[in-house]
Write a protein that binds this ligand. Structure first.
Ligand code: GRF
Length: 203
C-alpha cells in the first residue's frame, strides 16, 4: 500500500478525480491526507465527506517562506507519504522542501510545458495565438513548472475560445492524465532516474 498525500489550495477537482480513480480502480494505495494552505479551500469538504484525513497549514500564519515550508513538510511527513501530489496548490515551494521530496512529488500544470509556466496559462495561450494548448504532469524540481514531464494532453484552441471555455477543455484532460500518471507511480512503473522520467511499459 502506498501512501499518497494531496496538497490543494481551492476547488480540488483534480484531487477529486484522483480520489475517485483510486477507489474505482482499486489502486494499491491510500489517500493518506489532503492538506490545504487555506482553511476555506472547497476541496477540503469533499475530502472530509470521503473520510480522508485533512489538515490546514495556513500560509498566512508564517512570517517567512522557510517557516511555512518547514511547517508544511512536518505536516506532510506526519502522513508518511510515498508520493506527494500537488493539485492546484498555489504556493511556490522552497528548494529545500522540493529537494526533500525529489522523485516523489508530482504537479499538474494547465499548459503544454515548457510553454506558459506560471499563472494565467489560458490567457497566455490565447495571447500567443497558439492553436493547441493542454496540460502537463511533471515531477517537481526547484525549477518552477519545469520539472521532468511525465504526461501531456493537448486540446485545440478554437477561434471563439475565451479563457473560461479553454480552461474547461483543458481541465477535462487534467482529470484524465493526472490519475493515470499517479496510477503509474503507484504501480511502480514510474520513477525519476538521474533527473529523467522513466516509465516502464508493462503491456
Ligand atoms: C488546475 O487547472 C491545475 O492544473 C492548476 O490549478 C487548477 C486547480 O484546479 N494547477 P482544481 O483545484 O484541481 O480544481
Amino acid at each position: 500500500m502506498k501512501n499518497i498525500v494531496i496538497l490543494i489550495s481551492g476547488r480540488g477537482s483534480n484531487m477529486q478525480a484522483v480520489v475517485e480513480a483510486a477507489a474505482a480502480e482499486g489502486w494499491p494505495a491510500r489517500i493518506a491526507a489532503v492538506i490545504s494552505n487555506r482553511a476555506d479551500a472547497a476541496g477540503l469538504e469533499f475530502a472530509r465527506a470521503h473520510g480522508i484525513p485533512t489538515a490546514v497549514v495556513a500560509s498566512k500564519g508564517y512570517a517567512t517562506r522557510d517557516a511555512f515550508d518547514a511547517a508544511l513538510q512536518l505536516a506532510i511527513d506526519g502522513f508518511e507519504p510515498d508520493l506527494v501530489v500537488l493539485a492546484g496548490f498555489l504556493r511556490i515551494l522552497t528548494a529545500q522542501l522540493v529537494d526533500h521530496y525529489v522523485g516523489r512529488m508530482l504537479n499538474i500544470h494547465p499548459s503544454l510545458l515548457p510553454s506558459f509556466p506560471g499563472l494565467a496559462t489560458h490567457r497566455q495561450a490565447l495571447a500567443a495565438g497558439v492553436k493547441v494548448h493542454g496540460a502537463s504532469v511533471h515531477f517537481v524540481t526547484a525549477d518552477l513548472d519545469h520539472g521532468p514531464i511525465v504526461a501531456q494532453s493537448a486540446v485545440p484552441v478554437l477561434a471563439d475560445d475565451t479563457e473560461e471555455t479553454l480552461a474547461l477543455r483543458v481541465l477535462e484532460q487534467e482529470h484524465l492524465i493526472y490519475p493515470r500518471a499517479i496510477a503509474w507511480f503507484v504501480e511502480g512503473r514510474l520513477n525519476l532516474d538521474k533527473g529523467i522520467t522513466n516509465l516502464k511499459d508493462m503491456t
